[in-house]
Ligand binder design. Structure first.
Ligand SMILES: *[C@@H]1O[C@H](CO)[C@@H](O)[C@H](O)[C@H]1NC(C)=O
Ligand SMILES: *[C@@H]1O[C@H](CO)[C@@H](O)[C@H](O)[C@H]1NC(C)=O
Ligand SMILES: *[C@@H]1O[C@H](CO)[C@@H](O)[C@H](O)[C@H]1NC(C)=O
Ligand SMILES: *[C@@H]1O[C@H](CO)[C@@H](O)[C@H](O)[C@H]1NC(C)=O
Ligand SMILES: *[C@@H]1O[C@H](CO)[C@@H](O)[C@H](O)[C@H]1NC(C)=O
Length: 520
């Protein structure tokens, strides 16, 4: 009798437990979907409501999890399914023995524009926006980029030391924008994030007085030669930046040598730039920047060269990394996405083959930047697909992470002082006190949430090629596999995943969808 009561209690408590569990599962907040136009949908968030991303808990052997985002309106929709032991469709075998690069992380940039837009929302909505990117119930970004001083996504050009001739940078000071629009939101992200965030910084232009054209825009380089006093002053500027941010408890994992160094070689370039050739970049790193960082105790900050288009990667790495004295200071190669549609992705693999000790890292991307494009296109699936395609292609060519551009923009894709407006995964509508999570946001989430730092690329072999399916797979630090599947076509595709062939994981991939599949 007593035993029976005990069993009954156990039964009741396990039922309760199941109830609580399913209650927790349904406490995930669903996307408040708004149709902007045919097939254009956003998730609307405000001070009191914002969708969350379901957490990833391990499932027992024989089960697997499928997250789906689709043009139709699913947004990181989670399903737990049961494995089968026969495959009924094309098999994609994950070969966990063939391993390549490790993930550094995914993230976006804390620009002035992003901060201005976040600050334009009520504080509860601000918190929901930052949580959407960084929190445990968000897409868990682990990377943040910070422009050093102004860029085009500022309201005006400024540097941290506009006192002409101040070669010792005695007048160096952070700008009001750092204090108001960057630092507070970086700190909030750090607080809300369950993970360490790898921050990296990139300069756009040196102060005008250090430059040949005495202007932060247009065609101009540092005065003199690498090793000279202006190059030394410019190297010191990075050190000061790191020290001043440190005072606000923000330390940096990485630095890029220069944002888009070829911009400043172009006549009349419209916004902040500083021109370098591969040779001057090599010599600046070797003679000035590398030694300055080491001397100041920042020798462990990951220095990344290039930070410019894929088009340049083979030539620039050959010049810079073939020099052992420059190469010793460099950890990786940062690459932007704007020429990706022109240049085959195998230049990334070739770069890895040439310099296997350096990581390759995607440091900037955005939609809506081309002259023929709409800047902001609310709810565009096409743009989510274009992000997904680029990320999968990069990951399948040795890239270790991917960084989006502005984490938030306004309805016109700004502010930007030269009207170089673009799109963002989060668009803020200050007037209505709400913000919109675009399909691009969820596309990024399919990678950032699941391909945790330290995850290792593993090979996928398919029994037959299925046109319109893109795929990449990673072995995660918690011993699970994560497979990202992109269906670019209109038709539903049935496929089956397996690793050692002892269990099969069938996946129904809806037309125009992105899925992440996980099993332990
Ligand atoms: C916030 O969004 C939710 C869900 O879309 C909506 O029900 C609510 O009315 C909104 N609140 C405000 C203040 O607009
Ligand atoms: C796998 O196949 C065996 C033999 O047909 C069967 O007994 C078993 O129940 C199957 N397992 C699953 C999980 O379907
Ligand atoms: C920098 O160049 C721009 C474009 O030519 C010009 O409009 C601006 O006045 C210049 N700024 C300074 C400080 O000379
Ligand atoms: C930085 O962190 C330290 C130790 O946690 C704390 O005492 C200090 O107030 C923080 N400073 C700022 C500017 O946040
Ligand atoms: C670099 O070293 C300093 C001092 O030991 C430490 O505070 C900082 O976290 C390190 N940074 C990285 C990126 O490892």
């Amino acid at each position: 009798m007593a035993a029976n009561v005990y069993v009954m209690l156990l039964f009741i408590s396990s039922v309760l437990f199941v109830c609580i569990q399913s209650f927790q599962a349904t406490s995930d907040v669903k996307c408040s979907l708004r149709s902007v136009s045919f097939e254009h949908k956003v998730c609307v968030c405000n001070s009191s409501y914002c969708d969350t991303t379901p957490t990833v808990e391990p499932v027992p052997k024989g089960q697997y999890i499928v997250f789906t985002t689709s043009r139709n309106g699913l947004r990181l929709d989670k399903k737990v399914l049961k494995a089968v032991n026969v495959s009924k469709s094309a098999v994609f075998k994950i070969d966990t023995k063939t391993r390549r690069q490790k993930i550094i992380g995914f993230g976006g940039a804390f620009t002035d524009a992003a901060g201005i837009n976040i600050a334009s929302l009520p504080s509860d909505a601000q918190k929901k926006l930052i949580s959407s990117y960084f929190a445990k119930d968000g897409i868990e970004y682990t990377v943040g980029r910070v422009p050093m001083a102004s860029c085009d996504f500022s309201t005006h050009p400024y540097s941290y030391d506009d006192v002409a001739g101040d070669l010792t940078l005695s007048k160096f000071a952070l700008a009001p924008e750092d204090l108001k629009y960057k630092i507070p939101f970086i700190q909030q992200a750090k607080t809300l994030s369950p993970n360490p965030i790898r921050m990296f910084a990139s300069p756009w232009s040196a102060p005008a007085w250090m430059k040949t054209n005495d202007n932060m825009t247009g065609k101009g380089s540092l005065i003199g030669e690498p090793g000279g006093q202006y190059y030394k002053a410019w190297a010191l500027y990075y050190v000061k930046f790191l020290q001043f941010y440190q005072q606000h408890n923000i330390s940096f994992w990485g630095l890029t040598t220069q944002n888009e160094p070829i911009d400043g070689l172009q006549q009349n370039f419209p916004f902040q730039a500083l021109g370098f050739t591969p040779e001057t970049q090599r010599d600046f790193v070797k003679l000035d920047l590398g030694p300055a960082l080491h001397t100041a105790g920042f020798g462990n900050v990951s220095l990344m060269m290039l930070d410019d288009q894929r088009l340049l990667i083979l030539d620039w790495t050959k010049v810079v990394l073939s020099d052992p004295e420059a190469s010793q200071y460099l950890s990786g190669v940062a690459v932007h996405w704007y020429s990706d549609f022109l240049v085959p992705s195998d230049v990334l693999t070739k770069t890895h083959t040439n310099f296997p000790d350096k990581f390759i890292f995607a440091s900037e991307a955005c939609e809506g930047s081309m002259p023929w494009q709409k800047h902001v296109e609310l709810g565009s699936w096409e743009r989510a697909a274009s992000y997904t395609k680029d990320i999968i292609t990069d990951l399948n060519n040795w890239v270790t992470g991917w960084t989006d551009w502005n984490i938030a923009l306004d309805m016109t894709g700004g502010p930007n002082w030269v009207s170089n407006f673009v799109d963002s995964p989060i668009i803020v509508n200050a007037e209505k006190k709400e913000f919109y999570k675009q399909p691009m946001f969820y596309a990024l989430g399919h990678f950032s949430k699941f391909l945790r730092p330290g995850s290792v690329w593993v090979k996928v072999e398919s029994s037959e090629s299925i046109p319109g399916i893109e795929i990449t797979a990673f072995y995660r630090p918690d011993n699970s596999l994560a497979v990202v599947i992109h269906n670019l076509g209109i038709d539903t595709v049935e496929l089956t995943l397996t690793d050692d062939g002892s269990a099969f994981y069938p996946v129904t991939s809806p037309g125009y969808s992105i899925q992440t599949v996980l099993w332990w």
